[in-house]
Design a protein around this ligand. Structure first.
Ligand code: 0A1
Ligand code: ZN
Length: 867
């Protein structure tokens, strides 16, 4: 029986942390598993026949993990057997070294609101097993270092579930009588249980094929509801591009005869790399110009590539235990970032990635939930699918790539795959392969895996014109984080270049400086001209930088640096310095920023997408991160003042930029995307300038758009403003897309992110809207998740924002603890705010922790956030 509530209500207080140091290899291996599913939404009967083989000399019982399920029967070698039931497992005592075990279980997919294990979504039946969902399907050694060969048979109603998919290759199908049919799939690659998947439903496929580099033809299928079929071309073409890219750049070839992707509406994360059968949140598959923004298009391609790349970095070589999660995630994110960079503008992609890192990972690393890229302990592993594991993990791989160079990095990757193919590996194995292939010594570099916290680097440039020598005094400090008060200095690869302040020309080649000590002095000779420092180019190390560069230096770099990313960084730093001065002193001189933005707008050679990014002000939360105590209202006011000043003083230029990027027929090309980006940024500034026709312009763009990027951009501008066109646009948008859940999510989120004074009232109302539901994770995130990153509204001085979010989280925890727990961090940042706000935020966290029946997920996140 699947009792969802009993597992949610497991008394969290008694939960013991799992520790990396306690790792022990499995006592029993399971080389083979045959699974038989009699599928139904109300009731599914599962029979698992597994071979259990004792590993090593011991007399311990076979322990099979379970979550909420109780076997109907357990047979050993064909005979009904005794077993004992623990809270989270069953145990069977086995006399010999090898036995066959048959376990029968009954599941109720339509009652599974956690969306882990086997569940129902919009008429489909599908599974999610990472990290520990398989134990909700069958009692099993549900750990990534037990690799098993799976054969799966499914029987189901032919009308409701005409399509039956599982991992591997299809090996048979037929009629099962009584309006039912069956299908059998076989996966020749041994895999951990977290990669198991099946899908049953009334689906159609956009099909294609790909011929691998060794000449094997692979059948590709993107499976969706019939009405969504027209929105799958982009995903299919991204898949083919990703398959070819992985062959070319990493030498990795696909290994089965089929590769299927299924889109489902209810999904806790983005997508899942199950062997040969990726299951996706539909928001990362479906795209057409009318419903998806350019951002969505890019995300579809990136996630399709990410999941595909896992076939090697994750599936062929998997993780020994969950502490090694970044082994597959950090590496795969790095790979998908490289892939996306190769499809368009590498600089713009890097800007987006660094912005994402600063928005999510830096605050995580500076707060109560900070943890190393390879954590030492956890209560609930699903809480560790974090920006640190994914994005900082990717930065760690990127630094290796920077230090080793392209060729040695590739040799290390080849060696890693060769050595560990078909096994469950560790982060240490990866580092060793990189060292062995390159001859590099990564001893100190490994601290990136064990020490949490974002290093702070100070770089002070001085110049002695007489002897033509420039010096950079470098210092690093790794801040204390929970459980790690003292840190050793890290190895930081810093790409550095100097530019001549008069000529604007580079003063020599770029240097890669490896800072390994707490402080170091770097000298540059033959520097006749006053130099300007360009440092951490390309964000070569994920650190927080403090330099002695003046506003004039930054403005200079924003115009002359030959690395577009560095130009962007200089512009951001200039804006940030100005805004921090404005918040702390109540006013600031805007001239340098305005001149730099004007110059960027007037540079015809720059990529439009780059310009669109470069002229954007830093987000309120990033400004807040620079302050010792955050007053969100003061940050909002300072940012608005600079925005308005930029908008009015460059009024003509914004209008030119807007008109110059006038709408064309929709095309998904880097150039067309860049035009749309700049156009929508310019529209925002025109509205901020108070131009009398701005609302009309926005409304005309909204009505005339032939694509979602322009329609959504116009809607966002209207929703942030005071024009009465706001209501009209929201109504039109709602009525047009009321039957499209993914677009309706945008309708919720654009309001949740509103900069208007009444955002909290609106969000409270929206939570009562008939289309709002916490049962769908995308919808919950669209309203609650987005609202909690809306700095001014969430931090409303009344505390209403905090109360609203806590109420929603408590309700969501009853349905879907995993998704609820992911939304805790904004409340956990209380230490960064003034006393009144901090007390109210803590109060809400205390209320959450004191609630009866709280999940382990929430208890860990909210509990740690109180410290
Ligand atoms: N491995 C997936 C992420 C993922 C993790 C847990 C899930 O459970 C709900 C789902 C997906 C990835 O990196 O894409
Ligand atoms: Zn992944």
């Amino acid at each position: 029986m699947l009792d969802i509530r009993s597992s949610i209500a497991t008394p969290a207080a008694k939960a013991q942390p799992i520790r990396r140091a306690d790792y022990r290899p499995p006592d029993w291996l399971v080389p083979e598993l045959a699974l038989d599913f009699e599928l139904g939404a109300g009731e599914t009967r599962v029979t698992g026949s597994l071979s259990a083989v004792r590993s090593g000399a011991h007399d311990r019982p076979l322990r099979l993990d379970r979550d909420g399920i109780v076997p109907d029967s357990v047979r050993i070698d064909g005979v009904e057997a005794d077993w004992s039931q623990l809270d989270d497992a069953i145990e069977v005592t086995l006399p010999g070294d090898a036995h066959s075990i048959e376990i029968a279980v009954t599941l109720h997919p339509d009652r599974n609101t956690q969306l882990m294990g086997l569940y129902a979504s919009g008429g489909l039946l599908c599974t999610q097993c990472e990290a520990q969902g398989f134990r909700r399907i069958l009692p099993f050694p549900d750990r990534p270092d037990v690799l098993t060969r799976y054969r799966v048979r499914m029987t189901a109603d032919s009308t409701r579930y005409p399509v039956l998919l599982a991992n591997g290759d299809p090996v048979g199908s037929g009629d099962a009588g009584d309006g039912r049919h069956w299908a059998e799939w076989d996966d020749p690659f041994p895999k951990p249980s977290y990669l198991f998947a099946l899908v049953a439903g009334d689906l159609v496929a956009n099909t294609g094929s790909f011929t691998t580099m060794s000449g094997r033809e692979v059948q590709l299928g993107i499976w969706v509801r019939e009405s969504d079929l027209a929105k799958t071309d982009h995903a299919l073409s991204a898949l083919k591009t990703a398959m070819a890219w992985d062959e070319k750049v990493y030498g990795r070839e696909y290994d089965l005869d089929v590769f299927n992707i299924v889109a489902v509406d209810d999904f806790n994360f983005g997508a899942m790399e199950n062997k040969g059968l990726n299951i996706f949140n539909s928001r990362y598959i479906l795209a057409d110009p009318d419903t998806a923004t350019d951002y969505d298009y890019d995300a579809v391609a990136a996630v399709v590539a990410h999941e595909y790349f896992h076939n090697w970095s994750g599936n062929r070589v998997t993780c020994r235990d969950w502490f090694q999660l970044s082994l597959k995630e950090g590496f795969t994110v790095f790979r998908d970032q490289q892939f996306s960079a190769d499809q368009g503008s590498p600089a713009v992609k890097r800007i987006e990635d660094v912005r994402g890192l600063r928005a999510a990972q830096f605050p995580e690393d500076a707060g109560p939930l900070a943890h190393p890229v390879r954590p030492d302990e956890y209560l609930e592993i699903s809480n560790f699918y974090t920006a640190t594991i994914y994005n900082k993990g990717a930065e760690v791989i990127r630094m290796m790539h920077t230090m080793l160079g392209e060729a040695a990095f590739r040799a290390g990757s080849d060696l890693y795959f060769d050595r560990h193919d078909g096994t469950a590996a560790t982060v240490e194995d990866f580092a060793c392969a990189m060292e062995d292939a390159s001859g590099a010594d990564l001893t100190q570099f490994r601290l990136w895996y064990s020490q949490a916290g974002t290093p702070r680097v100070s770089a002070q440039l001085s110049h002695a014109p007489g002897d033509g020598r420039a010096r950079i005094a470098l210092r690093q400090l790794v801040p204390p984080t929970p459980g790690q008060p003292d840190k050793a200095p890290m190895l930081l690869p810093l790409r550095i270049k100097l530019f001549g302040s008069e000529t604007g020309k580079p003063l020599g080649e770029e240097r890669l400086v490896l800072l390994g000590d707490t402080s170091a002095d770097i000298a540059f000779d033959g520097v006749a001209e006053t130099p300007v420092l360009s440092i951490n180019r390309g964000f070569s190390a994920p650190v927080i930088l403090d330099t002695n560069r003046t506003a004039a230096d930054l403005a200079f770099l924003s115009a002359h640096d030959d690395d577009p990313f560095a130009r962007y960084e200089a512009m951001q730093q200039l804006m940030l310095d100005t805004l921090v001065t404005a918040v702390t002193h109540g006013r600031a001189d805007h001239d340098a920023v305005i001149a730099a933005v004007a110059r960027t707008l007037a540079s015809p050679d720059l990529d439009k997408a780059f310009v669109g990014e470069a002229v954007l002000l830093p987000s309120e939360s990033f400004i807040g991160d620079q302050l010792s105590v955050v007053d969100p209202d003061a940050v909002f006011r300072a940012r608005e003042a600079l925005r308005r000043d930029l908008a009015t003083r460059l009024g003509e230029q914004w209008r030119d930029a807007y008109d110059g990027a006038a709408a064309n027929r929709f095309e998904y090309t880097p150039a067309a995307k860049g035009l749309r980006r700049l156009r929508n940024v310019a529209l925002g500034y025109l509205a901020a300038s108070g131009a009398p026709d701005a609302a009309d312009l926005a409304f005309a763009q909204f009505e005339g758009a032939d694509n979602m990027t322009d329609r959504h951009g116009a809607l966002a501008t209207l929703v942030n403003g005071t024009s009465d066109k706001r209501i009209a646009a929201l109504d039109i948008f709602y009525n047009r897309y009321r039957d499209n859940p993914l677009v309706l999510d945008k309708w919720f989120s654009v309001q949740a992110l509103s900069a208007r004074d009444d955002a909290v009232d609106q969000v409270e109302e929206l939570a009562k809207h008939r289309d709002f539901t916490l049962a769908n994770p995308n919808r919950a995130r669209a309203l609650v998740g987005m609202f909690s990153v809306n700095q001014r509204a969430f931090h409303h001085p009344s505390g209403r924002g905090y109360r609203f979010v806590a109420d929603q989280l408590l309700a969501l925890d009853k349905l879907n603890p995993q998704t609820a727990a992911k939304l805790v961090p904004p409340l956990g940042r209380w230490k960064r705010f003034d006393d009144d706000r901090a007390a109210m935020m803590r109060g809400e966290l205390e209320r959450i922790v004191a609630s009866a029946g709280l999940s382990k997920d929430m208890l860990e996140q909210a509990g740690k956030s109180l410290d």
